[in-house]
Design a binder for this molecule. Structure first.
Ligand SMILES: Nc1ncnc2c1ncn2[C@@H]1O[C@H](COP(=O)(O)OP(=O)(O)OP(=O)(O)O)[C@@H](O)[C@H]1O
Length: 236
């Protein structure tokens, strides 16, 4: 079966400064995959290249069978990729409910699309806070809202970039629980984070990058049995 997302040998640079060197990444429908690596290794840049925000200079990116390398970010998003970016970027002056419906659409033509009620079931706290403004929420609630807003576009691929950064352990665990539920629902997800041991339980496939290059990729079982790999490259 062909991959939902196939990134092959991409090089990406900011001006004269090249930061990705031949990155490969493959995600199949229904998988939860991770992109791991220490700070500054190129994880966000890989995501930016997939999204068309910092286009790759070489290599190929295919999504749902389309070569999207030279597509605009807007066109790529419409093909069904939703991102929860670092820093969440929710609308501070809109209510929780308004944030959730701001971009709502059914990009994957899902027969059972996400609705406000389903998002509220996933994150009961958001229901309690439905009338609150974005800027009245805690960090964890903002993160839940950012995930809910991304899901309301019914994406083929959901990307979470450092979704638990700066959150208290209990709230982080709530986000992980939600990720497990999404996996059970068949949502394809790419997670960028550093909590390797937790991600080994939650995800199927992992790619580790260092200085803009893939240094290891493989399934959870192998990573679980080889702690020296993630201790060496992720080191937490
Ligand atoms: N806009 C930019 N202009 C120039 N260099 C950049 C820019 N954004 C990132 N970089 C550099 O590219 C490299 C990779 O950064 P990137 O943000 O992709 O790493 P990361 O693995 O996501 O790390 P982090 O978790 O810290 O965000 C770093 O050396 C960073 O300094």
């Amino acid at each position: 079966m062909s991959a939902l997302l196939q990134v092959e040998k991409i090089d990406t640079a900011y001006g004269a400064s090249q930061v990705l060197f031949g990155i490969d990444l493959e995600i199949h429908s229904g998988q939860t995959a991770t992109l791991l690596g220490r700070n500054g290794m190129g994880k966000t840049t890989t995501v930016r290249s997939i999204l068309g925000l910092t286009p790759a200079r070489a290599g190929s990116i295919r999504f749902r069978g389309n070569a999207i390398n030279s597509w605009t970010a807007d066109r790529i998003a419409r093909l069904g990729i939703a991102v929860v970016p670092e820093g969440r970027q929710i609308f501070p002056n809109l209510s929780v409910k308004e944030n959730l419906i701001a971009f709502a659409c059914n990009r994957s033509n899902s027969p059972g699309p996400w609705t406000l009620e389903r998002i509220y079931q996933l994150f009961p706290r958001l229901k309690e806070r439905a009338r609150n403004m974005g800027n009245e929420l805690s960090g964890g609630e903002q993160q839940m809202l950012a995930i809910g807003r991304a899901l309301m576009t019914n994406p083929h691929l959901l990307i979470l970039d450092e979704a638990t950064e700066g959150l208290a352990p209990l709230i982080r665990e709530e986000i992980w629980t939600c990720l497990g539920q999404l996996r059970d629902l068949g949502q394809t997800t790419l997670v960028i984070d550093k909590y390797v041991q937790r991600l080994i339980e939650l995800a199927d496939q992992h790619t580790i990058i260092e200085r803009g290059q893939v240094v290891w990729s493989g399934p959870s079982g192998t990573l679980r049995e080889s702690p020296e790999i993630w201790q060496r490259y992720v080191g937490v």
